[in-house]
Design a protein around this ligand. Structure first.
Ligand code: NAD
Length: 466
């Protein structure tokens, strides 16, 4: 009988331990959160290379896993509540609507439509292909919505994504990214398709913008970050600030316009970049419009001193004061010594066009109303108030010519006719949902096909069966 030497036993045991340790190391689930930007991006690049080997069916399954985990009712509630607690902005019921909308209505792999030419010389296709690692910068006003929206679109197009969340939404952004990594691991996706850093910061965002493995930058935020990505020397998609005007002419259904405006302007305490930020109302219908708005939870601030007091509190030069962004109407009123009637969800105030409430993107439920002499003047002023952002405008009218003229003049990416602003992002209006609306760079409401490259494949001399 042969015997095994103690040395051989030691060797076998050492080999087994090494094998077990290495298997655990490669299969241990990652939560996608890395100590520094470089290791996050390198991990995402490795993930992307593995992702190239997955089928379109795999991609669709991974996207479904993202939707499913976001749509668990407890998750919708948790992320909406936690965002309000962490950022101090917005309200839970509206954030639940926003998070649900992005999870359900962000297009997936079906958005990638192949173009083809066939003829005597053969077959040529344009395939919508991934960039690789995308660097995505997300705002404090819609932190979870943008991560869900971008993750679905970017992964559907075959990319990996490294997020640079707003530092004031770090905890909830980490939570979503962890949930996504767990959900992707459970359906067999390569680890680290969605990553971020432990401590988001401007320095980390700059490191991301400069990193050679990041092939596309997508910035959702204000003018500073849009300018930064566009100056990076890389391909960049800029989804920047808005200041959406709403114009109401004499042909509008005023009762409905009033309700739609209050609904849109108070949605998530006016945080969305798409929300109504100033009203231009033709003089002859302005009183009726205000009267109807009061029936739907608007509170009119009439005293010029109180209007000035509120302006001094919430506006600092050309910017809204951060601490008041996304606060509720009763909280804002209380700050100037006014007790809000029950059910108040929007403050309205009639002001001259030059007032800072009109010019500054407030992102709080304070809606200035400017009386204009006719629809032409309303259009002129709407164009000025929008600041050339090419973002969003709303109009209430039953005159097709007026609606058409306004749309041509204002040149916004979204133009909502006879509805609340959020109809423009698929909430109560037809069409898909996006929370990255690229006005400055022209991609419009981004989706999977936006986060992709067009590649031509040419097969010469065959496959034409016509
Ligand atoms: P913000 O510009 O302050 O921040 C957005 C992101 O950019 C954050 O992650 C922030 O950390 C980062 N950032 C800002 N300046 C930077 C710089 N110089 N260098 C590196 N990183 C920088 O905006 P916010 O307060 O988070 O969000 C509100 C703004 O975003 C509003 O102007 C709103 O209209 C706009 N917004 C636009 C869209 C859209 O789809 N177009 C969507 C949501 C919000």
């Amino acid at each position: 009988m042969s015997t095994i030497s103690p040395e051989t036993v030691r060797q076998v045991v050492a080999d087994v331990i090494r094998e077990v340790v290495s298997r655990n190391a490669t299969s241990s689930p990652s939560d996608g959160i890395f100590p520094d930007m470089d290791s996050a991006i390198v991990a995402a690049d490795t993930a992307w290379k593995a992702y190239l080997g997955c089928s379109m069916k795999d991609r669709a399954r991974f996207v479904k896993a993202l939707r499913d985990v976001a749509l668990i009712p407890e998750h919708l509630e948790f992320m909406s509540r936690s965002t309000v607690e962490e950022t101090g902005m917005g309200n839970v019921p509206d954030k639940i609507i926003k998070n649900r909308a992005v999870a359900e209505l962000t297009p997936g792999t079906e958005d990638l439509v192949t173009e083809a030419w066939s003829g005597d010389d053969g077959l040529t296709t344009i395939e919508i292909s991934p960039f690789g690692v995308i660097g995505a910068i997300t705002p404090v006003t819609n932190p979870t919505e943008t991560i869900i929206n971008n993750s679905i679109g970017m992964l559907a197009a075959g990319n990996a994504v490294v997020f640079s969340p707003h530092p004031r939404a770090t905890t909830i952004s980490h939570w979503v990214i962890r949930q996504f990594n767990e959900a992707l691991a459970a359906v067999g996706a390569p680890p680290n398709l969605i990553v971020t850093v432990m401590e988001p910061s401007i320095e980390n965002t700059n490191a991301m913008m400069e990193h050679k493995l990041v092939r596309l930058l997508v910035a959702t935020g204000g003018p500073g970050i849009v300018k930064a990505v566009l100056s990076s020397g890389k391909k960049a998609i800029g989804a920047g600030a808005g200041n959406p005007p709403v114009l109401v002419d004499t042909t509008a259904n005023i009762e409905k316009a009033a309700k739609d405006i209050v609904d849109g302007a108070s949605f998530d305490h006016n945080l969305p970049c798409t929300a109504e930020k100033e009203v231009l109302a033709v003089a002859s219908i302005t009183d009726l419009l205000k009267f109807e708005m009061l029936k739907h939870g608007a509170y009119e601030l009439r005293d010029p001193e109180l209007i000035a007091k509120l302006a001094a509190l919430v506006v600092d030069g050309r910017h809204a004061v951060t601490g008041w962004i996304g606060k509720s109407a009763p909280v804002l009123l209380e700050a100037i010594g006014v007790t809000a009637p029950a059910g108040t969800r929007l403050i309205i105030a009639e002001v001259p066009f030059e007032h800072p409430f009109v010019r500054v993107e407030l992102m709080m439920p304070v809606l200035p109303i400017v009386r204009v002499k006719d629809v032409e003047e309303g259009m002129d002023l709407a164009v000025i108030a929008e600041h050339g952002n090419r973002h969003t405008a709303i109009m209430h009218s039953s005159d097709v010519n007026n609606l058409t003229k306004m749309a041509k003049r204002i040149q916004t990416t979204i133009f909502v006719k006879n509805g609340p602003s959020y109809a423009g992002i698929g909430i109560g209006g037809e069409g898909y949902c996006s929370f990255t609306i690229a006005g400055p760079t022209g991609e419009g409401l981004t989706s999977a096909r936006t986060f992709a490259r067009r590649r031509r494949c040419v097969l010469v001399g065959g496959f034409n069966v016509r």
